[in-house]
Design a protein around this ligand. Structure first.
Ligand code: NAD
Length: 293
């Protein structure tokens, strides 16, 4: 049997990034304010620091005004809300995001909902969620990871997924549920699985499109996959491996890539699949916001 096509998220993201840079240059040439992205990071979480650095680098490469606000671990909720209030009314800023997770003494819901929907480029505000779930994606901000996954699925299968079964493993608000809404809008028949699902491998085997968003290293095995399926691996997990007798950390997805690549029709790698697409979709949302402003 032939091996699956590896979906090159890095190359797709680079192409999109070039398009966003060109659109930004055009906006500026027309006398408009360049897209401004403000990223708020609270505390010292090492993974968050890496994500924020990548977002800043990509924003700058796209020609954006990139602003970072680094707040101390013990910042008060009032201070966070006051900063977001300033950014909400700052005409140079078109997109605001608070890097999650935030320290436990802060209320994540209050913080994310305090960003005005027009600048909520992560798509976490209830207004944006409501528009997405009701199928009104025009004018809404779609969360970045699901939006990136959909572009990769469309690239393989086209925009109309009529007659295809999509199975999503994971029901989080930022990945599983919004991907389900997007797949449904594209006419797929959608099943959402989670930790309480009975006989998960059997459900997964029914999928023409299988999306894994769980956070468990290499959980999805080759024999869970329908031959020829499109497999989107959202998971990012750090595991310890031994290379030449030395212990090293390695990034792996929720899918056992070596097994899955023998069965699937197309599959995203980790790293280099969903990750780069997520970042570029954030830029795409920020550009859209600037164009609307
Ligand atoms: P989450 O923890 O909020 O949700 C995980 C979901 O998996 C839950 O709905 C849970 O019910 C389900 N689950 C847990 N154990 C399960 C099991 N044994 N069987 C079936 N379902 C199970 O996680 P999340 O925020 O949705 O993220 C999921 C993964 O995706 C993580 O690895 C995260 O790091 C990664 N992620 C990647 C990107 C990216 O840009 N590539 C973006 C966001 C999240």
């Amino acid at each position: 049997m032939t091996q699956a096509t590896t979906i090159d998220g890095k190359a797709m993201a680079a192409e999109l990034s070039a398009e966003i840079s060109a659109a930004t240059a055009k906006l500026v040439a027309n006398g408009k304010t360049k897209p401004g992205l403000a990223v708020v990071i609270i505390g010292e979480d090492p993974a968050s620091q890496v994500y924020v650095r990548n977002k800043k680098r990509t924003a700058e490469a796209c020609g954006f005004n990139s602003v970072q606000h680094t707040l101390a671990e013990n910042v008060t909720q009032e201070e966070v809300l006051a900063l977001i209030d300033d950014l909400n009314t700052d005409p140079a800023i078109h997109g605001i995001l608070v890097q999650l997770p935030i320290p436990a003494h802060l209320d994540e819901l209050t913080v994310t909902q305090s960003i005005v929907p027009e600048k909520d480029v992560d798509g976490f505000h209830f207004q944006n969620i409501g528009m997405l779930t009701s199928g009104n994606t025009d004018g809404a901000f779609v969360p970045c990871t699901p939006a990136g996954c959909m572009l990769m699925i469309e690239d393989q299968l086209g925009k109309d997924l009529s007659g295809l079964n999509a199975v999503i493993i994971g029901r989080s608000n930022i990945v599983g549920k919004p991907i389900a809404s997007l797949l449904l809008k594209a006419n797929a028949t959608v099943t959402i699985c989670h930790s309480r699902t009975k006989d998960l491998p059997q459900v997964a085997r029914n999928a023409d499109i299988l999306v894994a968003a769980v956070g468990r290293p290499q959980m999805v095995k080759g024999d869970w996959i329908k031959p020829g399926a499109v497999v989107i691996d959202v998971g990012i997990n750090r595991i310890e491996v031994e290379v030449d007798g030395e212990k090293k950390m390695r990034l792996v997805g929720d899918v056992d890539f070596a097994e899955a690549v023998e069965v699937a029709g197309a599959i995203t790698p980790v790293p280099g699949g969903v990750g780069p697409m997520t970042i570029v979709m954030l830029m795409s949302n920020t550009l859209q916001s600037a164009q609307r402003a």
